[in-house]
Design a protein around this ligand. Structure first.
Ligand SMILES: Cc1ncc(COP(=O)(O)O)c(C=O)c1O
Length: 476
């Protein structure tokens, strides 16, 4: 049985060292002032003697005297407790701490790992396709090195930052390891950027990765939605007007395999966006979760390459390696690294060295490119199977995007079929479609949802898509 925690009180010695009378006086004073409620456990004799440097038995003598005065009682094997007050002496009123004044939690979507159901919109990649064995091997190697790292680098494990910079250099991004900040997923990269901003308004595509939008809003930033139609592309003239009117200071953009639509900017659009942002004085944060999720070890162009060092670049290993490692990063020009890093340090001081060291080891062993190539072959097969299933199953009027990479595509319902009705109908058959209204800034201009073809074996996804197709047909 664990004992109750003991109370503490101040003993003021009358001589060079406290004596038993000093302890008696201190306890009496505290009880009279209401500082030791009835039932409080007094410090064990040994503890009090050790703390005050008393000779043996001094505390026991004091407690015996307090007992004789009826102020404390000794309970066998439990300790010495403040006795109930004598009749006529009111017990101190219990004090309850007031609740923490806090804002209401933002309405977050349900966690993606809906138990039991088939989540057909998830962005995660099937764990079967992730290199958990090789990562475990790297973890063992890291742990075998003599001693654990005792200190951490607030900016992130230096060998990992070097590996990241080298990989990005090979893709045309000029950056140095001291311009890489390792983060807890790219979500923390977005968080430190948002906390560092001097501006009050950001622009983002609508729809957009919902947790980026919610994060910006929660940190008090106003948002301007730039309409993205994944079937027609970007209306640069409309974006021009929106930027001129709203005057945001920053654009957050997902240029490759956009979440949730799967859309990838054309080169003309990338250049057009750069031109617009330059003209309107809008800085760019590029969330590049997808540029390396493309077959044949190819990768898509990035704004950070075309638009230069002022573009803040964000990416992550979490989807492609193992979500639980939570390793992402931001790349920023050296001039602004101190501000971003300060925000990270205030949040976490530094992140978990072990995760960072495991990813660094994985990269240093040259495992990553081989893994990506193998993963992409499997994703390509699943993508092709998904397109085939959609073509076979979906009734006329249903459209879908053809991203050709990344883990998801967008399914657009025929006019007149309400998304909510489809969501409710398929839920009755255990198929879960992610809540999607949080992804839009303002009123949704699309009527559809994300399909994650990377998360499930083709037969499983086809089973889910058949249920979706039946629901749509019934509602048409
Ligand atoms: C576009 C995009 N950016 C960033 C994130 C954050 O992911 P993580 O923190 O796991 O890197 C996600 C997660 O799904 C995402 O879809």
């Amino acid at each position: 049985m664990s004992r109750a925690p003991y109370v503490s009180f101040r003993v003021t010695p009358t001589g060079r060292r406290a004596n038993a009378a000093d302890i008696v006086a201190a306890v009496e004073r505290e009880i009279a002032a209401g500082g030791l409620p009835t039932g409080s456990r007094l410090p064990p004799v040994r503890v009090l003697e050790q703390q005050l440097g008393l000779s043996k038995n001094t505390a026991q003598v004091a407690y015996d005297e307090l007992g004789a005065r009826g102020l404390v009682e000794t309970r066998a094997r439990e300790g010495v407790f403040v006795a109930a007050p004598m009749v006529g002496i009111a017990a101190a009123a219990p004090v309850t701490s007031p609740p923490l004044p806090i804002v209401r939690p933002p309405a977050l979507m349900k966690p993606e790992n809906h138990r039991g159901g088939l989540a057909i919109g998830t962005v995660f990649i099937d764990p079967e396709l992730l290199p958990s064995e090789k990562l475990a091997e790297c973890a063992r190697a890291v742990l075998k090195q003599p001693g654990l790292a005792t200190l951490y680098d607030p900016q992130g494990f230096a060998p990992l930052r070097e590996q990241i910079a080298t990989r990005l250099n090979a893709r045309g991004i000029d950056c140095e390891p001291d311009e890489v900040i390792v983060t807890t997923g790219s979500q923390q990269a977005l968080d430190i950027v948002a906390r560092s901003l001097e501006i009050r308004r950001v622009a983002l595509e609508t729809p957009v990765y919902a947790y980026a939008k919610l994060l910006f809003e929660t940190l008090g930033l106003a948002t301007t939605g730039l309409r993205l139609d994944p079937f027609d592309g970007i209306d640069l003239a409309a974006w021009d007007r929106a930027l001129a009117t709203a005057r945001p200071g920053m654009l957050y953009t997902i240029t490759s395999f956009h979440n949730p639509t799967g859309y990838s900017y054309t080169t003309r659009e990338l250049l057009g966006v750069l031109e617009l942002c330059a003209r309107h004085g809008v800085a760019i944060v590029e969330d590049d979760w997808g540029s390396d999720m493309l077959s044949g070890s190819e990768y898509r162009p990035m704004l950070r390459v075309l638009g230069g060092r002022n573009v803040v670049y964000v990416n992550s290993f979490t989807k492609k390696l193992l979500p639980s490692l939570r390793v992402g990063f931001a790349v920023a020009d050296r001039a602004i690294v101190p501000s971003l890093l300060a925000m990270k340090r205030l949040a976490t001081l530094g992140n978990v060295w072990l995760s960072e060291a495991v990813v660094a080891e994985f990269l240093a062993r040259g495992y990553y490119d081989g893994h990506l190539a193998q993963l992409q072959r499997e994703l390509d097969a699943r993508y092709a199977a998904c397109l085939t299933a959609l073509a076979e199953l979906m009734p006329p009027g249903v459209r879908w995007t053809t991203p050709g990479g990344g883990p998801t595509l967008w399914l657009e319902l025929p006019r007149g079929v309400a998304v909510e009705a489809v969501v409710a109908a398929v839920a009755r058959h255990g198929v879960i479609i992610d809540e999607r209204s949080a992804a839009f800034v303002g009123e949704p201009h699309l009527t559809g949802f994300r399909i994650g073809y990377a998360a499930h074996p083709p037969e499983t996804l086809a089973r889910g898509l058949a249920i979706v197709a039946d629901a749509i047909r019934a509602l048409m």
